[in-house]
Design a protein around this ligand. Structure first.
Ligand code: HPA
Length: 245
């Protein structure tokens, strides 16, 4: 049984080098997962992999069944989750292809199924979310990152937007005033659901573009894809080491 799961985002719909033992479709009280769960061995260790946007990258951020995804991981005995996510950068020191291990987040999403605590409760429950990411997993990612030459930012505030459209310049300006360093569309409710299930969850964000109004306008999908292709190589190296050690 694998205790570590990787949730792959845009640019990481499969884990190159993963020796697949089997694929498992999961049906949960919340519906189906984005894609079958892939059980396998990566760098000699047992790992579970889940493609957040579906195996063919067809599910947009606001339609991902975050609850089914997280519930399945818990059901299969997972304890730690590394979530890979493409982001735009608001902080100018965070450049395309850099990695960021965020330490905080702000949720701007709406209309998503964002909690497991809905029905049949014996008492109203409020989980602590002061520090939304698992510090021990963050530390492990950061300690491993020291071996590499590519840039890994030790902290950052992740702003989660609703999408699927990108933001306006004014929205990014507001997010900057709020203290956000990076912007993405999948960080919530994923992180909060992981906390509700007491999973140790950390995000490895890969910068794919300067956010709206911070670089060339318009933001082109081709530019995002080109940066992601390089940034994801950094993610693969980092994950390989974290899993191996
Ligand atoms: N905004 C929101 N989500 C994103 C972006 C962005 O600029 N880039 C990658 N995911």
């Amino acid at each position: 049984m694998s205790e570590l799961a990787i949730i792959g985002g845009t640019g990481l719909t499969s884990l190159e080098g993963l020796e697949i033992t089997h694929r498992q479709m999961m049906y949960t009280p919340y519906g189906e997962t984005s894609s079958p769960l892939i059980h396998g061995t990566y760098c000699g260790k047992s790992v579970l992999f889940l493609a957040r946007h579906g195996a063919r990258h067809t599910i947009p951020p606001h339609q991902i069944n975050y609850r089914a995804n997280l519930w399945s991981l818990k059901e299969l005995g997972v304890k730690r989750v590394i979530a890979v996510a493409a982001v735009g950068s608001i902080n100018p020191t965070m450049r395309p292809t850099d990695l960021v291990i965020p330490h905080q987040l702000i949720d701007y999403t709406h209309s998503r199924e964002h909690t497991f605590f809905t029905a049949g409760l014996s008492a109203v429950t409020h989980v602590d979310f002061t520090d939304p990411y698992c510090e021990s997993l963050r530390s492990q990612l950061l300690a491993t990152a020291e071996r590499f030459k590519f840039m890994v930012h030790q902290q950052g505030v992740y702003g989660a937007t609703q999408g699927p459209r990108l933001e306006t310049t004014a929205e990014i300006n507001r997010m900057e005033r709020d203290g956000c360093d990076i912007v993405g569309m999948t960080g919530m409710p994923e992180a909060a659901l992981a906390r509700e299930l007491e999973l140790c969850y950390a995000t490895c964000a890969v910068v794919s573009n300067p956010a709206a109004g911070r670089g060339a306008a318009p933001i082109l999908l081709t530019d995002i894809e080109a940066s992601l292709a390089e940034g994801i190589q950094h993610v693969r190296q980092l994950l390989g080491e974290v899993i191996r050690l």
